[in-house]
Design a protein around this ligand. Structure first.
Ligand code: NAG
Ligand code: NAG
Ligand code: NAG
Ligand code: NAG
Ligand code: NAG
Ligand code: NAG
Length: 602
């Protein structure tokens, strides 16, 4: 809002409050006779005649106004015409809705206090109360003046005395109107006000009014009494709730906070003492500066906490006794606590270090496990001298066994048939690329011999048996080759068996027990279809891992140098429709292949 806007508003407000004709308000006259000795306070209530009194037949000035709880207060100081609105709390006047509370007795509190509802219509102009307040000091001559704060013991019968009626005596007979927290309690009541049994709700700010008249006018003499409900004085010394242990872990050089919390029972003259002491080995006591605060305050109990802050725990603190001391009028209670050096942090570092090392080792282990094949091959390449192929009296590096008589049923499902793998890919990769000597029954053994005898003979001359397993293999007659190999391998340690899981299968119940065991125990390499075709694939790396140590250099050389028109895995797998099995043993047949070498007679 602009400056001119504010000016306009100010003018309007000023005009309205100036034009407020207070002569129509109902008027009451109050007298505050304060005692200079006592801490006196005073309360004005905006007691508008409201709808609650609507049973009165004549129309009251405020009967049309619903909300009488939101009022405006005005002050017209003595000997002044101007009317000032009281909009905020002042240092000694507190404004709380329909109540004005004066905290200190001063002569200049005298004046006219006007209140009227904030929401009103022009016809409600007369709905206002004007309270003329006169202030006069009183000289108490009483030996026992009536206290401004009175304590009532819960559960007992007691009385509240009105301070403005002189001395503390029961011989007061004036009619007194009593209010509690701004609400009327008794009109034309007595002084003192008798209470049969004291309850919690009797606590509050009481007002007692009585009328004093002289020849010209009547005054309402008002006094304010604070009433507190209490319980009986405690008969116990304080109870220390914290610390609840007698040792506390502390780190050297670090700040430390120790709490002492004590529960004090009710005492009327409550003078609690709570503090921290320290006692060194010479039994010398020292009072420590600590910070106290009330943490819980009920009628019966007061919990007070005393917090000790050590800037830095020193070694000498470890030899001290820290004592929390709490005292009331009944007696005292102490609680001692020792500091213990905390080893936790070092332990934590050690623990973290161990965990980190373990994690690192696990990660390294996982990496080793993942690349174990590659690593092993690398190592083998370094140790060429240990070439198994040169010794042992064996002619073949590996005998390849696959399903020869049953592959028709599942062949179409995969782009590379098990026959392709055995008769083309294995020679292509292991013989041509890596220089191994393979033995393939179809290719290398001339027909006519006794099958079972041929198999045993070949196996005896082979360092490895590679078995291409598929449903047709384990269900077909070729499984005999595996069975024979397992039996031989049990006697001949130089014969090792490698399983190739070409296609997953259910183990038929007819499988010999030994074969079943072997299926679980023998190293297995899984064929992953076209992904496994390139010689650089993981499949071939794993196969080579299980193969005898051999490098291209060490091979007899002739095989790998055989002229090839095309590479099988490039052309036949990718370009040739793969439905039909390539006819075994024709284009790869070579007179120099070991199975047909002179060392074996068929
Ligand atoms: C205030 O109102 C009274 C009647 O209630 C009237 O006599 C008096 O003239 C008014 N004063 C002013 C300044 O309007
Ligand atoms: C004055 O202070 C009392 C608390 O002391 C508060 O309840 C009241 O709302 C305040 N009034 C104004 C007008 O700020
Ligand atoms: C203000 O008045 C309300 C009731 O209207 C009362 O509950 C509250 O305690 C009063 N506040 C003060 C500071 O007197
Ligand atoms: C009150 O008036 C009576 C006569 O009616 C007179 O005797 C007395 O002195 C007056 N008192 C005061 C305090 O003015
Ligand atoms: C409580 O003790 C105070 C003194 O500390 C005493 O004046 C008061 O009468 C006692 N109250 C009760 C109920 O015993
Ligand atoms: C604490 O109480 C014991 C008796 O229980 C008393 O001997 C001692 O002097 C008290 N200590 C203090 C500091 O008042």
């Amino acid at each position: 809002m602009s400056y001119w806007g504010w000016m306009f508003l100010w003018l309007v407000i000023g005009e309205r409050s100036k034009g407020f004709n207070i002569s129509g308000c109902s008027t009451k006259r109050f007298l505050w006779t304060y005692s200079a000795k006592a801490e006196d306070e005073f309360v004005l209530l905006c007691d508008l005649p409201g709808p609650k009194q609507s049973h009165v037949p004549e129309r009251l000035p405020c009967s049309g106004i619903k909300d009488l709880s939101d009022v405006q207060w005005y002050l017209q100081p003595q000997n002044e015409d101007t009317l000032r609105e009281i909009t905020k709390n002042y240092s000694h006047i507190l404004l709380n809705k329909t109540t004005l509370r004066f905290l200190t007795a001063e002569m200049n509190n005298a004046g006219s206090y006007i209140c009227r509802p904030r929401a009103r219509s022009p016809s409600d102009e007369a709905c206002c109360v004007r309270m003329d307040l006169a202030v006069e000091p009183r000289t108490d001559t009483c030996v026992h003046p009536v206290p401004r704060t009175q304590f009532l013991t819960l559960g007992t019968t007691d009385s509240i005395y009105c301070p403005s009626l002189g001395c503390h005596s029961d011989a007061q007979s004036a009619e007194v109107t009593w209010y509690r927290n701004g609400q009327l309690v008794s009109e034309k009541g007595s002084n003192p006000m008798q209470l049969d049994e004291i309850y919690d709700f009797h606590e509050g700010t009481y007002i007692c009014d009585h009328t004093r008249s002289d020849n010209t006018s009547a005054w309402t003499v008002r006094a304010v009494v604070q009433v507190r409900t209490i319980v009986k004085n405690t008969t116990l010394q304080p109870d220390i709730l914290r610390p609840d242990k007698d040792t506390l872990e502390a780190e050297l050089g670090k700040p430390l906070t120790i709490h002492c919390k004590a529960r004090f029972g009710f005492e009327k003259d409550f003078k609690p003492v709570i503090r921290w002491y320290s006692k060194d080995s010479d039994q010398k006591l020292e009072i420590l500066t600590a910070e106290g605060r009330s943490v819980q305050d009920t009628v019966e109990n007061k919990d007070i906490e005393c917090v000790l802050h050590l800037k830095e725990v020193t070694r000498s603190d470890l030899h001290k006794t820290f004592i929390c001391f709490a005292q009331n009028s009944i007696g005292n209670t102490t609680r001692s606590i020792h500091l213990k050096e905390k080893k936790g942090v070092l332990f934590l570092y050690v623990l973290l270090g161990t965990v980190a090392t373990l994690v690192g080792m696990l990660a390294a282990g996982a990496a080793l496990f993942t690349y174990r094949t590659e690593i092993a091959l690398l190592c083998r390449a370094c140790r060429r001298s240990k070439d198994e192929a040169l010794g042992g009296g064996k002619e073949f590096d590996a005998f390849i066994s696959y399903a020869k008589w049953g592959s028709f049923e599942s062949e179409t499902a995969s782009p590379v048939s098990e026959e392709d793998l055995a008769l083309n890919l294995f020679p292509e990769v292991l013989e041509n690329k890596y220089g191994y000597t393979l033995c393939l029954l179809e290719r290398d053994v001339s027909p006519g011999g006794v099958y079972t005898e041929d198999i045993v003979r070949i196996l005896k001359k082979s360092r490895r048996g590679i078995f291409i397993l598929s449903p047709s293999y384990v269900n077909g007659p070729s499984v005999f080759e595996l069975q024979a190999a397992v039996n031989l391998a049990l006697q001949d340690r130089t014969l090792k068996l490698i399983l190739v899981q070409f296609r997953s299968f259910q183990e038929p119940e007819s499988l010999p027990h030994l074969v079943m065991k072997a299926l679980r125990a023998l190293p297995t390499v899984t064929w992953r279809g076209l992904r496994s075709v390139p010689p650089s694939s993981r499949f071939w790396a794993q196969i080579r891992y299980h193969m005898p140590v051999k490098t291209r250099k060490d091979s007899r050389g002739t095989i790998s140098k055989l002229p090839r028109e095309h590479s099988y895995w490039k052309d036949s797998v990718k370009q040739k429709p793969l439905g039909g099995a390539p006819s075994p043993g024709n284009e790869h047949r070579s007179p120099e292949l070991p199975c047909s070498s002179g060392e074996l007679t068929w």
